[in-house]
Design a binder for this molecule. Structure first.
Ligand code: FEO
Length: 395
């Protein structure tokens, strides 16, 4: 078991290492594992910032007790309630029911339904300060949608330490804990940003501005991955850069499809011709060949997205359902969606895709575009017309 680490006088890392984790939150691959960071701040009173995943509760409580008896803890600071950080709260509250829990109003509401035990909650106000005595003061800075509505940063003013929870984090497990003691992991940080923050990246600049306004920032202590002390503003600059919308001229359409025998592919090509004839830029992604990153970036950039699937056993095919599932990682606001595909005798795929899009509250083109088996010249001409109409609907 990794021991605790005093990261500056009066502040201990008491988190957990999960080096063997290979998939996070069901869909995100984690080639380098992750850490669940929790921090103990001791003044005359003591605050614990976040907990760890429930799987690590026994070792987490043992670590805490190796630094301080649980009855001596005063406050639990909840930066964000997703269960990789709140998984040990119920067990902790059973052992330390006297704890006063600080968090945003939203976090306290969610925590009630996670811990399912009574606790004394303190909803924080913007920039509220908690004085722990002995010169240790914590400032709370709400930062909604980094990446849940409940999120907040905590700044230990006396030492210049920022605890931004999922902000500036990376799924990267290294027991050396500090970024200056390990190889460069910027690519993993970008991967994390793309998967966790991409749907909310319009919220990132405001959060970064709050960090820039902090006096005397010395170290960023996120909830996952290494602590950043060499040049903490570097990651803030990177997040600002990664959040910037890609420059583009005019509207764009993305056509994502899967095709077994080339029929749905032929429809995609005619759609492309129709859309481009309207002067709208278009990207085409073969979901059976392109990497997932390409799917995501095409969907992220586009104003209109057309998903193509043949009907197989009364359903759309798996890569196309996968693409829809991955829209959870994309900001879908303001985009228009449609469905197309070839079929033999029943043609449920396009209907099912549109139904799913409706369920996700996407703005959709109601007319599904279909062709029977190998599309005829007439059917391909209808595809081109559909493409033109779809492009026009984006203007
Ligand atoms: Fe690391 Fe949103 O949880």
């Amino acid at each position: 078991m990794q021991q605790t680490r005093e990261i500056c006088p009066g502040v201990h890392w008491v988190g957990a290492l999960n080096a063997s984790l290979r998939v996070f939150d069901i869909i995100m691959k984690t080639d380098w594992g992750t850490t669940y960071n929790s921090y103990l701040v001791q003044g005359e009173r003591t605050a614990l910032i976040d907990t760890v995943h429930a799987d690590f509760t026994p070792e987490f409580l043992a670590k805490l007790e190796s630094v301080i008896p649980l009855e001596k803890l005063d406050y639990l600071i909840i930066s964000h309630t997703e269960m990789d950080h709140s998984g040990s709260v119920a067990a902790l509250l059973l052992r330390a029911p006297h704890l006063e829990v600080f968090g945003t109003k939203s976090a306290l509401h969610l925590l009630k339904n996670i811990a399912n035990v009574d606790f004394k909650g303190h909803p924080i106000s913007d920039n509220e300060v908690l004085d722990l005595g002995a010169g240790k003061t914590l400032r709370f800075i709400p930062s909604p949608f980094w990446h849940w509505p409940d999120s907040m940063f905590t700044y230990l003013e006396s030492d210049g330490l920022l605890f931004p929870c999922d902000g500036f984090a990376t799924h990267y497990c290294d027991e050396r804990l500090f970024e200056d003691r390990m190889p460069d992991f910027t690519a993993e940080s970008k991967f994390y940003f793309d998967h966790i923050m991409r749907p909310y990246k319009d919220k990132v600049p405001a959060g970064c501005a709050k960090v820039r306004a902090l006096p005397a920032l010395r170290m960023i202590c996120p909830s996952h991955g290494p602590m950043l002390r060499q040049n903490p503003m570097r990651i803030v600059d990177l997040w600002d850069e990664w959040a910037r919308p890609e420059p583009k001229q005019g509207k764009e359409v993305a056509i994502l499809y899967a095709s077994a025998y080339g029929a749905t592919k032929a429809m995609a090509e005619s759609l492309l011709a129709g859309i481009e004839a309207s002067g709208v830029r278009t990207s085409v992604v073969d979901l059976t060949k392109a990497p997932v990153e390409e799917w995501l970036s095409a969907m992220e950039r586009a104003d209109g997205i057309l998903l193509g699937s043949p009907t197989l056993n009364g359903d759309a095919v798996k890569p196309v359902w996968d693409a829809i599932a991955l829209t959870a990682l994309v900001n879908t606001k303001g985009k228009r969606w449609g469905a197309f595909g070839s079929y033999g005798w029943s043609g449920e795929a396009t209907k099912l895709l549109l139904d799913r899009m409706k369920g996700l509250k996407f703005a959709i083109a109601e007319d599904r575009l279909t062709a029977i088996l190998i599309p005829s010249a007439e059917e391909l001409s209808k595809c081109a017309e559909y493409g033109q109409q779809f492009a026009a609907s984006l203007q």
